[in-house]
Design a protein. Structure first.
Length: 397
């Protein structure tokens, strides 16, 4: 065999070896594709869905959240004495903890009502010398304090500090809605031709936000509409007029385009991507009348609104193997808070326990609640092999 023939033979042999090695490698690393079947079951996952009033129990609709309006008058009935025991009994903290149901809270200084009662403590009303306005309007009756009052701002920070010391590290509190300013804590006050309730300027208003940032560093905050301070701190938003198409369209315009805030006299930014990193909440408008949003003539509009809002929750107005034997657990480090609607791909190299016996094993995926270390998320698949663990494939060892 001459040199040229030997060279051809070596080249052909080398190519054959490369092809063979490639085939062996591809065969050894064969992709296994498993497509779970779609489930049509209603999914009850943590931190989303219905959020009914925490004061009551035994709701017909399953839920993983509850909602609580915390009146300052209840929280601090006498100066410096915070009545957490009463609040936690009123809103069934221990009961909801036993059910692994998380809580959304909002601090209220003014809640229009029939009785003409106020939601700031009497001792504080005396300290600010009644600085504010008693009103009787279409919303109801009550007292709207002067939010620019320095004494009010001072004691408000002390209140939020006390709340932060008790609840900032509590896994039972899911989200905090701000809260604090305006009727229902919604950051607006009533005005018409006859009455105009004083609203704070931007600097004073921000003094009510800063304590939350300082004393609740572990919690996700939400506001009623876009504000500069909300965007700067990646807050979520809540629309308390879900169902009312005109009001929701206005809210979406604020979110997508920004707006001029006539109360603060400021230009506020858009926050169109807020829902990608924070919750989108709210409640159905007009209380008991909200049943109208579920009727044949309105349900499609309601669903469209919820989709456009990327709604996380609504409240308080809301209608292993077969023997449970898990052989091995492998933690993944993917941050599900970054998952958006659509396709989400997780890549991971999984090293199995070398002592596993030969046989066929089911691979299942579960997402753990950090506070309980138990799988808590429901996937839209129909093969739930253990409670909140869903099949994603199988392997043979």
């Amino acid at each position: 065999m001459n040199i040229k023939s030997k060279l051809y033979f070596l080249i052909i042999t080398f190519i054959a070896i490369v092809i063979l090695l490639f085939f062996i490698y591809r065969h050894a690393n064969k992709d296994i594709i498993y497509k779970p079947k779609i489930s049509n079951e209603i999914l009850i996952n943590p931190f989303m869905g219905w959020a009914p009033d925490a004061k009551y129990k035994d709701y017909i609709q399953p839920h993983s959240l509850v909602y609580a309006n915390l009146y300052w008058s209840d929280l601090e009935p006498s100066k410096g004495n915070y009545d957490f025991k009463n609040i936690e009994e009123k809103f069934n903290f221990n009961y909801w903890k036993s059910k692994n149901v998380k809580m959304i809270i909002r601090i209220i200084l003014d809640y229009p009502n029939k009785e003409n009662s106020m939601q700031i403590p009497k001792w504080l009303y005396d300290e600010i010398d009644g600085d504010g306005t008693w009103y009787d309007i279409s919303y109801g009756k009550g007292f709207s304090p002067n939010y620019e009052n320095k004494t009010l701002i001072y004691y408000h920070e002390k209140l939020i500090k006390a709340l932060g010391e008790r609840y900032n590290s509590s896994s039972e509190i899911a989200f905090i809605e701000l809260g604090s300013i305006g009727h229902w804590g919604e950051w607006h006050t009533y005005e018409d031709d006859k009455i105009k309730l004083k609203f704070p300027d931007e600097s004073s208003a921000n003094e009510y936000v800063k304590p939350y940032l300082k004393y609740f560093p572990n919690k996700i905050m939400m506001m009623r509409r876009p504000f500069k301070i909300a965007k700067q701190n990646n807050f979520g938003l809540f629309n308390d007029m879900i169902g009312d198409k005109n009001s929701t369209d206005e809210f979406l315009s604020w979110v997508n385009n920004g707006y001029y805030n006539h109360l603060l006299k400021t230009d506020e930014p858009e926050m169109k991507d807020f829902w990608k990193s924070a919750p989108s909440g709210g409640e159905f408008a007009y209380g008991d009348q909200s049943i109208n949003y579920f009727k044949k003539f309105s349900i499609e509009s309601t669903i469209d609104q919820l989709k456009s809002l990327h709604t996380t929750f609504i409240g308080p107005n809301c209608p292993a193997d077969k023997d449970n034997n898990i052989k091995d657990e492998i933690p993944l480090k993917d941050d599900i808070r970054n998952w958006l609607p659509g396709e989400n791909i997780i890549k991971a190299n999984i090293e199995l326990d070398k002592n596993l016996e030969k046989g066929k094993y089911t691979i299942a995926l579960g997402i753990l609640d950090p506070s309980t270390q138990k799988a808590s998320i429901k996937f839209g698949n129909d093969e739930e092999v253990l409670l909140n663990y869903f099949k994603i494939g199988s392997i043979k060892i």
